[in-house]
Ligand binder design. Sequence first.
Ligand SMILES: [Zn+2]
Length: 332
Amino acid sequence: MDKPQRKPPRGPAPLEADYLELYQEYVQGLRPGANSNYMGFCPIHGETPGKSKPSLSVNSESGLWYCFAGCGGGNARTFLKELGEKRSTIDRKIENLPKSAPGSRRRVKSQEKDETKVLPEKLLGVFDFCPTALLREGFDEDLLLDHDIGYDRKLRRVTFPVRNQLEELVGIVGRRTEKSEYGKYKVYTRELLEYGLTVTSFSKTNYLWREDRALSEELPDLYVVEGFKAALWFVQSGIENVVALMGSHMSELQQKKLVESGRRILLCLDNDVAGQRATIKISNQLATSRRFVIPLPEGIHQPDDLTEGELRTLCEKPITISKAKRQWQISL
Ligand SMILES: [Zn+2]
């Protein structure tokens, strides 16, 4: 192919989709994270879906990429070079794209760090005590360890680390263990000052709990629950493709992540009027996705009130939202 004709000057706002389209051509399983970052399977070192977690981060706005498995990083041009594309092919593919920022490994990394306010992993050591309350409720110790669930002795709260899709620690949420209507959950911000950390920007509505795990797995279904314990109980029951909203509301960003996952969404919120109303609302918000409801039986308030076997059986029978509405009519 000869040199194509020069295009007229482009407008001031580059199309965000441009780089995404380019990367989609080469990268399998691209899924959106925060701030125009996407994670996918790195074709440079030949990552295949199902065999490992995706290591490649690309930014749809700047066109920069970074492979966490050691391939390095750069701009779209260096990416295509790494894949052995011919000079002429690269020129053709890059020509119409917005100018990429100068691409270096350091730049991509620092950008992410700044934007997501990543917390040091060693912080978890502070809460490295066994949450015995959860053990008493029947949760496996290994499962709790695997999710870095800890205990804050000072504030007497079970601590749940929140991670972004790159598996980086971005926040800590403490859950009260004693029965109390007041302050069941606490998003740690000022509490972390004591450990020399300032966390001013963390909002749990920007994340789905377990998005680092459940969004990177290649499974057709995605279960959505309200709380940490509900999600943990799903995992303990052998259903690992589950995320928690960390509440009964779905934020716009959470909605975006769920919709863009392309999965069939299975809603299993708490079995009370608030949970039922939330289910209907969320179902409406997810109108563009295939979504179903896992209705909890009467007398069961949340998934962890069931046995593992009961939960597995229940999950085999999702129902439509209209059927759920009919079932709930009495209480709505
Ligand atoms: Zn790689």
